[in-house]
Design a protein around this ligand. Structure first.
Ligand SMILES: Nc1ncnc2c1ncn2[C@@H]1O[C@H](COP(=O)(O)OP(=O)(O)OP(=O)(O)O)[C@@H](O)[C@H]1O
Length: 255
C-alpha cells in the first residue's frame, strides 16, 4: 500500500491537517501511530481506511478487505450486540464471526442491547466488527483501541494485532499508552505539524537505548504522556532519590 504526496483538509479554506505525506506499507506490518491530541492521528487513520478521500495525492494498493474501528463506537443503535455483529458479518460476506468476541471477553454480553452496554464493552463490539473475517490479506485500522479496555482485553488485543500481521495483514493502530510494546516488529510513526514521520522501525531494525529521567512525582504523568506521544516506550517507577541533583551526585543513591 502506498501513500503518494497525500494532503488533507476538512474544508476548502480550512487548515491543512496533513501535507505531502509519502509512505510505503508492506503486508505483515504493524504501524503504531502516535502524536499529541489534535495532531491528526484519527484523520490519518480515516484516510488509510478510505473513510476520507485525500484532498491531494493518492493512496494506492489498499487491501480489498478493510476493518476499521473508530475511536468511539456509535452505540446508540437499536440492536443487540449479537444482531449487530451478525448484520456486519452479512454485509462483509464473512462466514461466521470467529472467536474474536470470546477472546475479548464480550461473549456474556452479546445478547444485550448496544445502548445498554458500558463504554468499554461497546468499544469491544466496535473492535470485533473490525476484526470480522480472516486475518490474511487485510487492512485492520484501530483508532485508540486500548483506551478503556480492561487489562485482560488489552493484553489479548496486542496478541491479536501481532497475529493479524503474522498472517500477512497490515495493522495500523493509534496508541497513546504504549500498549503495543510487546509487538516487537512494529514501525512507530508520529503525526505532528501536518507531517507523518517514522520515529522507530522496531527493535529488529534499530537498537534501543534506555534513557533514565528523574522528575517530580507530580509531573510524571504529563511527562510520560508527552514522551509516549513522541513514540517512546515509557515506564514510570518511584525513584530511589528525591531530587535530580541527588541523582547526579557521586555519593547519593543511584536510580
Ligand atoms: N470532521 C472534522 N471537521 C473539521 N475539522 C476536524 C474534523 N475532525 C477533526 N478535525 C480537526 O482536525 C485536527 C486533527 O484532528 P484528529 O481527530 O485527526 O486528531 P487526533 O490526533 O486524532 O487527536 P486526539 O489524540 O485528540 O484523538 C484537529 O484540529 C481537529 O479539530
Amino acid at each position: 500500500m502506498r501513500l503518494s504526496t497525500v494532503s488533507f483538509r476538512y474544508t476548502r479554506r480550512g487548515p491543512w491537517i496533513l501535507r505531502d505525506v509519502d509512505l510505503d506499507v508492506q503486508p505483515g506490518e504493524v504501524l503504531e501511530v502516535t502524536g499529541r491530541n489534535g495532531a491528526g492521528k484519527s484523520t490519518f487513520l480515516r484516510l488509510l481506511a478510505g473513510a476520507l478521500r485525500p484532498t491531494g495525492g493518492s493512496i494506492t494498493g489498499r487491501p480489498a478487505r478493510v476493518g476499521y474501528a473508530p475511536e468511539t463506537f456509535p452505540a446508540g443503535q437499536p440492536f443487540t450486540a449479537a444482531a449487530y455483529l451478525a448484520a456486519m458479518a452479512r454485509v462483509r460476506r464473512v462466514a461466521g464471526q470467529g472467536d474474536w468476541a470470546d477472546r475479548l471477553g464480550l461473549t456474556p454480553l452479546l445478547d444485550r442491547p448496544l445502548d445498554e452496554l458500558s463504554k468499554g464493552s461497546a468499544h469491544k463490539v466496535g473492535l470485533v466488527q473490525a476484526l470480522l473475517g480472516p486475518p490474511e490479506d487485510r487492512l485492520l485500522i484501530l483508532d485508540e483501541p486500548f483506551a478503556g479496555l480492561d487489562e485482560r482485553a488489552r493484553g489479548e488485543l496486542a496478541v491479536i494485532v501481532a497475529e493479524v500481521a503474522a498472517a500477512g495483514g497490515i495493522v495500523v493502530v493509534s496508541d497513546h499508552q504504549g500498549d503495543l510494546r510487546e509487538v516487537t516488529a512494529r514501525r512507530t510513526l508520529t503525526v505532528a505539524d501536518t507531517t507523518v514521520t517514522v520515529v522507530a522501525a522496531g527493535p529488529a531494525d534499530e537498537p534501543l537505548t534506555v534513557v533514565e529521567v528523574v522528575a517530580a512525582a507530580t509531573a510524571a504523568a504529563e511527562l510520560a504522556a508527552r514522551l509516549r506521544a513522541d513514540g517512546h516506550q515509557v515506564r514510570v517507577r518511584p525513584a530511589a532519590v528525591t531530587t535530580p541533583e541527588a541523582a547526579g551526585s557521586k555519593e547519593g543513591p543511584r536510580v
